[in-house]
Design a protein around this ligand. Sequence first.
Ligand SMILES: Cc1ncc(COP(=O)(O)O)c(C=O)c1O
Length: 359
Amino acid sequence: MSEKSPKLRAALDGIPTYKPGKPAATGGPVTYKLSSNENPYPPLPGVLESAVAAAGAFNRYPDMACTGLMAELSEHFAVPVEHLATGTGSVGVAQQLVQSTAGPGDEVIYAWRSFEAYPIVTQVAGATPVQVPLTSGEVHDLDAMYEAITDRTRLIFVCNPNNPTGTVVRRAELEAFLDRVPSDILIVLDEAYQEFNRDADVPNGLDLYRDRPNVCVLRTFSKAYGLAGLRIGFAVAHEPVAAALRKTAVPFGVSQLAQEAAVVSLRSEGALMERVDALVTERARVCEALVAQGWTVPETHANFVWLRLGDRTLDFAAACEKAGVVVRPFPGEGVRVTIGETAAMDLFLQAAEQFRKEL
Ligand SMILES: Cc1ncc(COP(=O)(O)O)c(C=O)c1O
């Protein structure tokens, strides 16, 4: 037997493995998972039935072109079918975006801290990540991101609202940024949490992409739509970007279950949005309570809140877990807490209050 192990790409050496949110404990007292920005509601009844019906045919490959879903998306968002591309979650589409634009020697700019998949998908493609720190107010620093552009820049992610801070960039500053960035650099507006935004000054990326061929909007069915486990996301972009995304997609990556469930979800938007509204109301309650306890809470427009705890981060996460809620710590930085069931948020608020008293 040879002692040599297979040669792997050196580019993989420094890449962290994606860290999923910790699951809730099983077996003991009830614990709640507030670590992955999931929707706490179960699928709407029609959605579940359509997925179950599709499951009866999973000896067959899914429709690779996602024909029915594409037509539904096109109508729902008033975009041409040719401007749409799907993937295995929006993280899959993010990977397709980087693969389509950047390779060794190229640079991908994004804010930091932001969605933790950006450095991974960038480095897997062999490209170089350029991380631009958030401002002291935890917001994208678009001036600094502009300054970071070089002739090697191929793609810029703008996460709006930003994961994990929940903060937003508003219309005037985002439009000014889009107008300044050279037109041969692709700007991806990652709007995974767009449905949770209630600030009229925060633009909908779909209004910005239409007359800007270098702007792409990234959306997901995982958050507001509650289909995280089915892995489906999509991009809206002009040709030839959308065509490149279809080329870089894993063939048959989006299951028929996901396609059917997404179609029914789009048709049930009224009911889905009632649930989103309830989460937004709960978010306001949680934020008010945290502020009353003395915490500094950045204004969040997503389904989570961010507490910058620095070196107390892991202690705080442990205290929450002891109280029955699993949150998402970023060691040395802070904790992200998903807005979930009211009972879960009550447990979280009690733990936060207790922790604050002991500070
Ligand atoms: C900003 C952002 N973009 C994209 C995603 C990917 O979600 P999914 O792959 O489930 O669509 C996430 C998930 O946490 C996210 O926070």
